[in-house]
Design a protein around this ligand. Structure first.
Ligand SMILES: Nc1ncnc2c1ncn2[C@@H]1O[C@H](COP(=O)(O)OS(=O)(=O)O)[C@@H](OP(=O)(O)O)[C@H]1O
Length: 285
């Protein structure tokens, strides 16, 4: 896998320069639902949950099963060219996801007008970096070396992440860029940790935000069908080598299995430096 830098941010070659150039002017529709995440923050989990909410509410027609094809068809990742183009002809309403920071996102999402709905999912950075490391290591096992220098060891990867030298750029720049929209009614901010703590409540919040009226039994059944074990089983047998590795451990606090005391200290210091006074907080346990 090759890499390139675009406007100071590291991307894999599949996120090409021409696609990144085109994304700010992406033709956004009034009834689009955008899911915005830094990588490894529960993107696929959220896409599946939103797809199920919209389908149960009769606003979308999608299959019952957890097919990975559903992502390609119903929740396209517009950072990657084929889906970026194909999604332009997808029927409304569309669920679209991107890992892009705010300054590179579609302008109509970065500063929304009209009726679009934007769901931002964030995850504590210690678990996000651990998840990212294992995912890329698994990609190496599956497809051979990805050629990312940071992957030479956990210590190098953890240090590079902390310095913002990571795919999709600096975690805090990403989080704080979107957090500027916290009071905008087009946006719903959720965390991976919220989803782990009480998925039923999160499903209810999503249903309300998307202006659907789902009864409690439906909310419960969506939450039940989006548990880690259910999705792991469904995606674990996928033909798509990338999707097969999405569900790894699915817990809060896995960082404790990897972080040294020194790494923890450095991460805590950076966290304080970047987030103090912003009102943005994460659970680490
Ligand atoms: N249902 C459910 N419950 C709990 N956790 C879940 C669930 N589905 C996915 N996951 C975990 O989400 C992590 C993958 O995040 P993303 O989907 O954002 O990955 S990606 O950036 O789109 O590749 C990855 O986290 P880690 O296990 O820590 O690696 C997945 O296991």
């Amino acid at each position: 896998m090759a890499f390139h830098e675009y406007k100071g941010i590291l991307f894999s070659a599949e996120i090409s320069e021409d696609t990144l150039d085109a994304i700010p002017d992406y033709p956004v529709r009034d009834d689009d639902i955008f899911i915005l995440t830094y990588p490894k923050s529960g993107t696929n989990w959220m896409m599946e949950t939103v797809r199920k909410v919209m389908t149960a509410a009769g606003k979308m027609t999608t299959p019952d099963e957890h097919s990975t094809q559903c992502f390609e068809l119903y929740a396209p990742w517009i950072d990657k060219k084929p889906r970026h183009v194909l999604a332009m002809d997808s029927p409304s309403p569309r669920i679209i996801h991107t890992h892009l920071p705010r300054q590179l996102a579609p302008k109509m999402v970065a500063n929304p007008k009209g009726e679009i709905k934007v769901i931002v999912v964030m995850r504590n950075p210690k678990d996000a970096v651990v998840s990212f490391y294992h995912y890329l290591k698994n990609m190496e096992k599956e497809f051979g070396s990805v050629g990312l220098k940071s992957l030479e060891s956990w210590d190098v990867f953890a240090a590079d992440f902390l310095e913002g030298k990571c795919l999709y750029g600096d975690f805090y720049d990403h989080a704080l860029g979107w957090w500027q929209m916290k009071d905008d009614s087009h946006f719903l901010f959720l965390t991976y940790e919220d989803m782990k703590k009480d998925l039923r409540s999160v499903v209810s919040d999503i249903a309300a935000f998307l202006e659907t009226s789902l009864d409690q039994a439906t909310v419960d059944s969506i939450a039940e069908s989006c548990t880690f074990n259910t999705l792991k089983e469904a995606w674990g047998s996928s033909d798509d080598g990338m999707k097969r590795h999405i569900c790894r451990k699915g817990v809060v606090g896995d960082w404790k299995t990897m972080f040294t005391p020194e790494q923890n200290k450095a991460y805590d210091a950076k966290h304080k430096l970047r987030l103090e006074g912003t009102g943005l907080e994460f659970d680490f346990e």
